[in-house]
Design a binder for this molecule. Sequence first.
Ligand SMILES: [Zn+2]
Length: 146
Amino acid sequence: MQISGHCQCGNISFNLECSPGPTGVPARACVCSFCSVHKCVWTSFADAKLAVQIQNREWLERHTFATETAEFHICKQCGDVPFVTSLIDGNLFAAVNVNVLQGLSPGFLQRAQVDFEGEGLDARLERRRQAWIADVTITDTLSSVA
Ligand SMILES: [Zn+2]
């Protein structure tokens, strides 16, 4: 199925192609300091395809902290955090924030709370490698015009 998502102001949008199966879309509420404050609830499918479009890169802020292996992409205009990426061995992996997904019925979300504090770096990267979206493209819509 195709799921679209965008930040409130639409500066960052994406299309997610995935096959959730009957149990629905996993929605992992991360309890870390960043995700709690920004109310990030993540989903990802290893076999999904994510195509991100960014209208104005000047409104995009990237935030890293702690192990600095994940980059949170924040829209400076509206404050939403539509997706997060992690570069592992030269491959870009991503997870998307279910709060910016459009047209999904809440009942289709399989909510869980996750706490990765104390997880070692290797385990962290291995978890992302297995669970995060491995097919990620990020396109600037403005630069293609300029
Ligand atoms: Zn925005």
